[in-house]
Each structure stands twice: as C-alpha cells, then as structure tokens.
Ligand binder design. Structure first.
Ligand code: B12
Ligand code: SF4
Length: 627
C-alpha cells in the first residue's frame, strides 16, 4: 500500500480510537490509576496523587490518549509514598494504598475518588503534585469538588513554592485555597511526606507546610518511580528521574534557582543504577533526566561512568534525554561520555541569539560565539539537538524575531527549535519585580504556560507578539527548512526518515493541534462535563458537533503535512550529491566575521570582537583598564 493508503488507514484508526474515548462510559480511568500498597494490614489509608493538567482556551482540560512525556513530579512523589508505605509510617495496622494519576493521559473523576476514600472510612489524602502556575486553576477546580465532600487535599509544586519563595504575601489564589481548607506544601517532599500523611491520618492537616528554607540532600532518598502501567500511557515508553536539582546561574526568567536553589544537589550513582535496573525489570529503558542543567550536576561524570558501565559492560539497552546549557561542550569529556552513556537527545537552553536580550535576562553565560561549536559537537556524535528559544524580550520586534529565525536556520546546526514566549512565571525574579512594581499581569494563572502573552511588551501589542510567536514556528518549520534539516541529518549519517519523523511529531502538534509540543500528546481527549469551573456546560449537539469538526479538520491537515514531508524526504533520499552548508561548516576564524549572527546588531558585533580579542590574548593596556 502506498503512503496515501497508509495515511488513510491510519486516519480512520485514529478517528475510531478518539471517538471511543469521548463516548460516555468509553473512558478507562475513573479513580483507577495504579495502586501500590505496603503491608497487608486491614485498615486502609488512600494516598491519591494527581498531576493536574491545565485548560485549553475553550476551558477543557488538555488530555491525550498518550501523553508525550511522563510527569517526573508524580514519579518522585510516588517513590516517596511507596517508601512511606513500606516503612508503615501510619502504624503497623494501617496499609497505605497509593493511586497515581497523570491528568495529561488519564481522566480524573472526583466522584470516584470520593467513593474510594469513603469506602475505607474516609481515611485518605488527595495530593496535587508538581502543580505549576498554569495548572493551579485546574488543581483548584478538582480540589474544590473534593473538599465539598470533606476529602482532605494538599497542593504542592512550583506555583506554591515559587510564590512563597519570592512574594511578600500570599497571592489571592493561595488564600482562596486556604479558605477552602486545602493545605499548601512549599519545598520538597523527601523526608517530609510522612509527617503530612500522619497529620492527614489524624485529620489534622496544617494549612501550610513550608520547607523552603531547608532543602533536603538527595542522596539515599527514595528514587522517582512509575509503574509500567503508567509509563505505557506515554508514547515511546519513556520514564523520567531527576539525577539532581539546582543550578548555579542567575537567569531572571528562571524559577528553578529560587525554588530548588543554586547549589547542586545530586543522587548517587548507586541510586541511579538501582532505578535504571528497576525500570528495566518492567521493560522500560528510555529515560528523561529532568535536571534543568545536567552539565552543572556536580556528579555528572560519576553518573555517566556508571551508565557507561551498564551499557558497554553489561550491554543493557538504555538511552537518555538530558537538558544542558550552551557551554557544556567546554567541560572536558562531557559530550563524549554523554554519548557513551546513551544520550540520544539533548535539550539546550539557547534562549536567544541577541546578546542584549541575553544580558537583560542575566544569561551572560550564553555566548553566541560558542553556539555553533557546541551544536556541532553534539551532532558529530549523532545526538539530536533541541534548542529552547524565547521570544518577547524588550528589544524584540516582529522584524527582529523573524530575522533571527532566518539566521538560526542558515548559520546554526540546530535540529529542532522550541519556541516560548518570555513569561514572568511566579517564582522568577522577573515576576517578583513586576509584582512589586505593580505592573499589570494577567490574573488567570492558566495562561502562564509560555504560549500566552500575559503582560504588556514595550514595542509590540499583545496580539502582535502572539501572532509573531505563531509565525516564528511556521517560519522555522517551513518546507524549505525541513528539507535542509533532512539534508543535514543525512550528511551526518542519520537516515532522513528518522529526522522526518522527529520533526513531524514535534511540529504537527503546533500546526494541527495548536499546542506546544511539551504540552502535547497523541489523540486529544475532551470531556464535555469537565469544563472549567465558572464556564457554562455546552449543549451536547454543539460540543460533539464541534469536536467532530475539529477532529476532522486537524487530522486532514495532519495528513497533508505527512504527505508534504514524505515528498521532501523522498527528494532528500534520492539526492546523491554530497551535501554541506554554512551551518555544517566547521568553525573557522576566517568565516566567522561574515556570519550574520555576529553582524546583525551592534551588541552581536561587540560580542564577536570581544571573543576574538580574548582568543588572540589581546588585553586592554593596564593604564586604560584602570582609567
Ligand atoms: C520535567 C519538566 C517538565 C515535563 C514533565 C512535567 C513534570 N513536572 O514532571 C514536561 C516536559 C511535560 C513539562 C512541561 C511543561 N513545563 Co515543565 N518542567 C519540568 C522540570 C524541568 C522538572 C520537573 C521535575 O521533575 N522536578 C523535580 C520534582 C521532584 O520537583 P517538583 O515538581 O517541584 O516536586 C517536589 C516538590 O515541589 C514537592 N511536591 C510537589 N508536589 C507535591 C505534592 C504534595 C502533596 C507534596 C506533599 C509535595 C509536593 O515534592 C516534590 C519532591 O521533592 C521543571 C523544572 C524543575 N527543576 O522542577 C519544569 C517546570 C516545572 N515546567 C514549567 C513549565 C512552565 C512547563 C510548561 C508550561 C512549559 C511548556 N510550554 O513547555 C509545560 C506544561 C505542560 C505539562 N503537562 O506539564 C515551569 C513551571 C513554573 C511555574 N511557576 O509554573 C518549570 C518550573 C520550569 C521553568 N520554566 O521555570 N515540564
Ligand atoms: S541555566 Fe536554566 S536552570 Fe540555570 S538559571 Fe538559567 S534558566 Fe534556570
């Protein structure tokens, strides 16, 4: 069967799967999820862990049949919960039963949770885990319903921790949570969850648990773990763990340094080996290491060495995705060992190519003069590069953004570019500054997902910024550039088909689903009755009619994209001429001065000159330096 036939078959299979999942009763989850328990004692305490999603612009939770990446916060809490259950922290006669639900791939029904907890005499706690600012409204809606049935609830994660770390008072949404009797947990749960469970068991939950001033060490702590039944709900049977927390840098848009600190805290190689082996027992061998900056994990080398031993010594089938900064190639042996350890994808915090924007964001560690060498170093070892890129810095205009996208396409060998709108996330220095200055920011936290504009920009209207954000996606993934990406992949020995599938999976979410890839998944689910609190329930005819229409329209568009990429791929495969271009050309001094990345702005020119002077060892004369 030819590609159009295959595409048609796939389309109808998808249509059927999606339809079955929106039919009443067609859902598979209720309060199910995965349950694990400690001993077999009679009394049961339910710990229900929910990683909430957030709402789309129509007010429906963003959910998928398969989500793209598992929730590491859920894995972390599940691991800590299991440890509490095994240690019988509620007494020998109480069995802790843990249910883990990831709302991005599982429908959560509050009524079923109420029934489950009531069936065991009301002993239970619902923990909303890893709740980001954009997920706080959804967590509140579920918690509101649970509280109306007197179920104990506790919310933890970056929104609570970030606000408590950076703001002088509780925000209105945190106050509302307290008024509803929802407990708030700021800080990290390692070594602390057991006290929360004991309070919940006695029905004496405190309104606020605040451990922000006392971040725990990660060695010998329970490791993140999700049972296979959960992992299966992500595509690619991918699981995750954090090998460390904290980052030494000072980026002003970053929340991580204010929540997890700037000191590197890390897990031991023994702990990482243990979690790798445990996952392999359930046939899961692909891991996303969620450290924001694995290159600054003080133990990176001993961790890589252990993974190399497992891969090369024992032949274990393991591979990894990591996140790093743009100077990682300067760390001796880092990239070489990453490859040997099984790293096959790397997320790089490139953020911008304009030195003015980088220095405004206190991201001075990013040197645009190093970008090309760093990207080539990864690609030479066959690792696919994903670069994060932020739009909406104060100096940005529509023209400068689109110009910079073109420069990246031509001069930097990035495979996949991930775009974000600069957002003052609660917990960041940027948010704190605007908050204290009383600058207007959207009150609706659901919009703080880095794809909405939540505050004014000095040079563009909010609408303009949002529009150029969308244009930038389409510009980078234009058919011509996709062809270049496939040529570049082929030139370094990666089959064009493989690269085509990576680009397709990524960009199709943006173009067809209108969703950020990190928020995406396979086959969108939508439930009429799960609409956001305060928004009216829609008439079934309107709801289902629109659902079917949207489904057909986006999947037809997807088929068009598949066909377009298929033709591009065939062309690249057939082309036998050797391929090279500017981005693939090794970094040499003589061509650097001509690159637009170093000439587009005055700041870029100055940065290039400075780097050249440094290279040549030219120093300002002492007298001039002192003046
Ligand atoms: C991996 C990751 C993802 C993954 C998985 C999500 C997850 N949380 O597991 C994916 C790729 C899906 C993702 C997507 C997004 N992410 Co993200 N992500 C991360 C990252 C890098 C690591 C998360 C993690 O595993 N941390 C380690 C865990 C253990 O820490 P934790 O979640 O804080 O949990 C601890 C404590 O908070 C506490 N705790 C947490 N919950 C609870 C609950 C209870 C009851 C208790 C007692 C304790 C407790 O105990 C835990 C263990 O110590 C973080 C940055 C970071 N360093 O955390 C960003 C981060 C959480 N993401 C962020 C954002 C903005 C997003 C996106 C909106 C961006 C986008 N458009 O791509 C999307 C949203 C979609 C989604 N479905 O989540 C922001 C959130 C900031 C904020 N104030 O909201 C962060 C902080 C990064 C940043 N840019 O600042 N993300
Ligand atoms: S490098 Fe990344 S994790 Fe570190 S401070 Fe900057 S944005 Fe945050």
């Amino acid at each position: 069967m030819g590609p159009p036939g295959l595409a048609a078959r796939a389309f109808f299979r998808v249509l059927w799967q999606c339809w079955t999942c929106i039919l009443p009763g067609g859902d598979d989850t209720a309060a199910g999820g995965i349950r694990m328990s400690g001993t077999l004692e009679p009394r049961v305490f339910h710990l229900v862990l929910i990683k909430p999603t957030h709402y789309d612009d129509e007010g429906y939770p963003i959910q998928w049949v398969r989500s793209i990446i598992p929730a590491n916060s859920l894995a972390a809490l599940f691991g800590i919960g299991l440890d509490c259950a095994e240690r019988q922290v509620l007494g020998r006669d109480v069995r802790i039963e843990i249910t883990a639900l990831d709302e991005t791939n599982t429908r959560v029904k509050a009524a079923a949770i109420v029934k489950q907890i009531r069936a065991s005499g009301g002993h239970g706690l619902v923990g909303f885990v890893g709740v980001q600012s954009n997920q706080f409204p959804r967590a509140m809606d579920l918690a509101r319903e649970l509280r109306s049935h007197d179920i104990q609830c506790c919310i933890g994660g970056f929104h609570v921790s970030g606000c408590m770390a950076m703001l002088p008072e509780l925000t209105a949404d945190l106050k509302e949570a307290l008024e509803l009797g929802i407990s708030l947990f700021a800080g990290e749960a390692e070594g602390r969850l057991e006290a929360v469970l004991q309070d919940a068991y006695r029905r004496e939950l405190k309104p606020i648990y605040n451990f922000m001033d006392d971040l725990p060490g990660l060695q010998d702590q329970p490791v993140p773990y999700l049972p296979e039944e959960r992992v299966r709900r992500t595509y690619g049977r991918l699981t995750s763990f954090d090998a460390g927390r904290g980052c030494p840098y000072l980026c002003s848009f970053c929340t991580i340094i204010n929540v997890q600190g700037r000191k590197s805290r890390f897990r031991s190689a023994d702990d990482v080996e243990h979690l790798v082996r445990t996952n392999l027992e359930q046939k899961v061998g692909t891991f996303f290491i969620t450290d924001d900056n694995f290159a600054r994990n003080k133990e990176w080398e001993s961790l890589f060495d252990r993974l190399i031993e497992l891969r090369e010594g024992e032949g274990l089938p393991i591979k990894f995705i990591i996140q790093v900064d743009t100077m990682c190639h300067k760390i001796p042996r880092f990239i070489e060992k990453a490859r040997r350890a099984g790293v096959y994808r790397v997320f790089i915090g490139m953020e911008n190519i304009n030195p003015d924007a980088l220095s405004e964001a206190r991201k001075g560690q990013n040197r645009i003069t190093e970008y090309r060498a760093m990207l080539q170093a990864w690609q030479d070892r066959g690792v696919t590069t994903y670069a994060g890129y932020i739009l909406g810095f104060p100096g940005d205009t529509r023209e400068s953004i689109l110009r910079d996208i073109k420069i990246i396409q031509r001069e930097l060998p990035v495979d996949l570019l991930e775009l974000f709108i600069l957002t003052p996330l609660p917990g960041s220095a940027d948010h704190q500054k605007l908050y204290k200055q009383g600058v207007a920011m959207d009150a609706d936290m659901n919009r703080y997902d880095l794809t909405h504009v939540v505050t004014d920009h000095p040079k563009m209207s909010r609408e303009e910024l949002f529009q150029v954000y969308q244009e930038a996606w389409d510009a980078y993934y234009s058919p011509a550039h996709v062809e270049t990406l496939l040529h570049r992949a082929k030139a370094r020995g990666v089959p064009p088909r493989k690269m085509k599938s990576r680009v397709l999976k990524f960009y199709a979410l943006v173009r067809c689903e209108k969703m950020h890839p990190l928020d995406g998944g396979l086959l969108r689910r939508k439930y009429r009755r799960d609409r956001r609190h305060g928004m009216p329930l829609e008439n079934p005819v309107i709801f289902y009619g629109r659902f079917v229409w949207q489904f057909m329209a986006k999947h037809l568009d997807f088929v068009r994209l598949v066909w377009q990429y298929h033709r591009i791929c065939r062309r690249v495969e057939k082309d036998t001429a050797p391929y090279t271009d500017l981005a693939l050309t090794p970094v040499q001094d003589h061509d650097m001065a001509e690159l637009e990345i170093f000439t587009a702005t005055d700041a870029a020119k100055a940065t290039y000159q400075k780097a050249q002077q440094k290279k040549r060892g030219v120093r300002r004369p002492l007298a001039a330096a002192q003046s």
